[in-house]
Write a protein that binds this ligand. Structure first.
Ligand SMILES: Cc1cc2nc3c(=O)[nH]c(=O)nc-3n(C[C@H](O)[C@H](O)[C@H](O)COP(=O)(O)O)c2cc1C
Length: 263
């Protein structure tokens, strides 16, 4: 893996290692146990399985970094085996209607970069949609593909990378809509996130390209975001410099003010 870990050391010096099959099975059980505790002990409404953004499950999905030669590597069926096992285990533990899944076909964070994200993730979505109801997640959550996750790459780098995803005809293949349509056939809801504001969130919902819009940075900066949207009030701007730690530590964490009509 290229880049540096948060402690400043080179990733190349301490590269990720392949998990054993026993570890994969143990982690799957731990995932289900954690989901059960989240719902039964902590009182969560549901759990979103993170199958995106270069984290564990995604490291199996992308064919440029999955180098395994066992049942968890090679074909798409094998690369997605861990994902489907976790989805089934979590759905069994807490119920499929409390189970969500995050995916990011066009992600290239943490060096993931599949050779055919449109085709491969479409097949994954079709398979999710055809799971038995007891295993079929309530929703899939994806980030829109436009250069919006600017925490990771600047706009130029991201556009350059997206340009590489072109079909044989030269048409860009980076739309999320086909995934949404495939999931819809199984009644799986579609959540979209990525730099939305009040206006384009409404447009996205009206166009039926998503069932729900997820907000990140604006929620960090606006504890009353829903009320502000509802009333058309201005938003607090977010302070990027405090996103990943600040001095004092709670600065930018829970000190943004609620809307004050007198201001
Ligand atoms: C401070 C901060 C930390 C984040 N950390 C993660 C993370 O650990 N894993 C992840 O998958 N996404 C992470 N994200 C991305 C968010 O999940 C979300 O995709 C992103 O903020 C896009 O939504 P937004 O444009 O409304 O902020 C983070 C975003 C922010 C602002």
């Amino acid at each position: 893996m290229s880049g540096k870990y948060p402690d400043g050391t080179d990733c190349a010096e301490n590269p990720p290692r392949a998990m054993s099959v026993d570890e994969i099975h143990d982690i799957t059980k731990e995932w289900a146990a954690a989901a059960k505790r989240a719902v039964e002990v902590a009182g969560f409404d549901g759990v979103e399985i993170h199958g995106a953004n270069g984290y564990l499950l995604e490291q199996f999905l992308h064919d440029n970094i999955n180098q395994r030669t066992d049942d968890y590597g090679g074909s798409l069926e094998n690369r997605s085996r861990f994902l489907f096992e976790v989805v089934s285990a979590v759905a069994e533990a807490i119920g499929s209607q409390r189970t969500g899944l995050r995916l990011s076909p066009f992600n290239y964070f943490q060096d993931t970069k599949d050779s055919d994200p449109s085709g491969h993730w479409f097949t994954i979505c079709e398979k999710l949609a055809s799971l038995p109801a007891a295993e079929r997640p309530l929703y899939v959550h994806m980030q829109v593909v436009e250069p919006r996750f600017d925490e990771v790459l600047d706009e130029k780098q991201k556009m350059a990378s997206l340009e590489e995803y072109t079909s044989e005809s030269g048409t860009k293949q980076n739309s999320l809509t086909p995934f949404r349509r495939a999931l819809e056939l199984g009644g799986i809801k579609f959540l979209a996130c990525g730099n939305f504001n009040r206006e384009d969130a409404v447009a996205k919902l009206k166009s039926k390209d998503a069932d729900l819009i997820v907000f990140g940075r604006n929620f960090v900066a606006n504890p009353d975001l829903v009320e502000r949207f509802r009333n058309g009030w201005a938003l607090n701007p977010y302070d990027r410099s405090t996103f990943y730690g600040a001095d004092p530590l709670d600065k930018g964490y829970n000190d943004y003010p609620v809307y004050d009509p007198k201001q």
